[in-house]
Design a protein around this ligand. Structure first.
Ligand code: GDP
Ligand code: MG
Length: 370
């Protein structure tokens, strides 16, 4: 199926159609002004301009998001993707660790848990939630700066024995700018010095009024140490997610975002990716940023081998010819040749850009020294 023309796409992104065509040429895709583009091309081009394309129904008309339509009957509910943010030492890591440990289903227990930057858990009520286990909001900001929208719900952790801190405010600002709903976790409630009302008061002063006080923000007292309140926190995440009516089409070719990637001595390039729509399969040709490859193997955070990964599933994949950057979009393509060509053209463009930047920096420094 083909959707909008290159001209329409340029208008939607508020850039000139010449820039769109130029970028296409740099990537080795030759398009004309009125040529209608397929989903693959739209995703790739939009990505170059820092836009995300969501594959949703036409009812939700939000700028770019409605240019690629999916039939309502192809869409299925998907798990929410959650990021935990907050001030240093308020308990982000502890909370993520507790959730991961507590939500291991029978049969999986004892498996070696590896850090892959994201994991999926089953709650007590039998539903799934995907957590991005990235170091706080640095990754979140980096991804957002690159135009990647991966988080559906943000949990803001505030230590109840402390106060709303600068990074708490920053985290709230980031979440609000990203348009992600916020849930407040009042952590360290097990501590005798915990004073959650004081924190609620401070939050109210910055217009974050919690539900118990008549506001719109869900909050939950928790202890990442004892586990108190965590099951309730997860139910609140699911409640928030229900309002968002998160859906994706598991039948299409996978599209998603790179969470992290590195070179592993034994295994080669290893990338943790989040599948956002479609289903990723062994053998698929993947284009991710300026790298490409065929999926050789996929594992979940317990190291379990997977044959396929559907929407909202984070997996570690082997087979790329390099390490893409966090926030890079990945798409499955029909042709390996085309994927290779686009990847190589992108690296070329990046090399040229970095050369230009390097030159620029040198000149600046000389200027300053003079
Ligand atoms: P992060 O910097 O936000 O990732 O915070 P950490 O998870 O590293 O926690 C900072 C410190 O607070 C660690 O010493 C944790 O053991 C401790 N901590 C975290 N959550 C709790 C909690 O619920 N209760 C208590 N008593 N200590 C906690
Ligand atoms: Mg931490």
């Amino acid at each position: 199926t083909e959707f909008v023309s290159a001209n329409d796409l340029a208008a939607l992104m508020d850039v000139s159609v010449n820039d769109v065509i130029k970028v296409c040429m740099q990537l080795g895709m030759f398009v004309s002004i009125n040529q209608r583009l397929d989903a693959e091309a739209i995703t790739i081009i939009a990505d170059e301009f820092g836009y995300n394309v969501d594959f949703i129904t036409s009812e939700e008309e939000q700028g770019l998001e409605d240019i690629v339509e999916e039939n309502e009957e192809d869409l299925e509910e998907r798990a929410p993707v959650v990021t935990i943010m907050g001030h240093v030492d308020h308990g982000k890591t502890s909370l993520l660790d507790y959730i991961r440990r507590a939500n291991v289903t029978a049969g999986e227990a004892g498996g070696i848990t590896q850090h892959i930057g994201a994991y999926k858990v089953k709650t007590e009520s039998g539903r799934t939630i995907t957590f991005l286990d990235t170091p706080g909001h640095e990754a979140f900001t980096a991804m957002r700066a690159r135009g990647a929208k991966v988080t559906d719900v943000v949990i803001i952790v505030v230590a109840a024995d402390d106060s709303v801190m600068p990074q708490t405010k920053e985290a709230i600002n980031h979440a609000q700018a990203a348009g992600a709903p916020i849930i407040i976790a009042l952590n360290k409630i097990d501590k005798p010095t915990a004073n959650p009302d004081k924190v609620r008061e401070e939050l109210a002063q910055m217009n974050i009024l919690v539900e118990e006080w008549g506001g719109k923000y869900q909050s939950q007292e928790v202890s990442a140490k004892t586990g108190l309140g965590i099951a309730d926190l997860l139910e609140k995440v699911l409640l928030e997610a229900e309002l968002l009516e998160l859906k994706a089409n598991p039948e299409r070719q996978a599209i998603g975002t790179v969470i992290e990637a590195s070179l592993d001595k034994g295994r080669g390039y290893v990338a943790t990716v989040l599948v956002q729509t479609g289903t990723l399969q062994i053998g698929d040709v993947v284009l991710a940023g300026s790298h490409f490859g065929r999926v050789k193997a996929m594992t979940d955070h317990r190291g379990k081998k997977m044959k396929e990964a559907g929407p909202s599933t984070p997996i570690q994949l082997l087979g790329l010819d390099g390490a893409p950057q966090a926030g890079d979009k990945f798409v499955v393509m029909d042709s390996e040749r085309e994927a290779r060509e686009i990847a190589s053209n992108r690296s070329q463009v990046q090399r040229e850009q970095s050369l230009r930047t390097r030159k620029h920096i040198t000149l600046d420094e000389i200027g300053r020294r003079l």
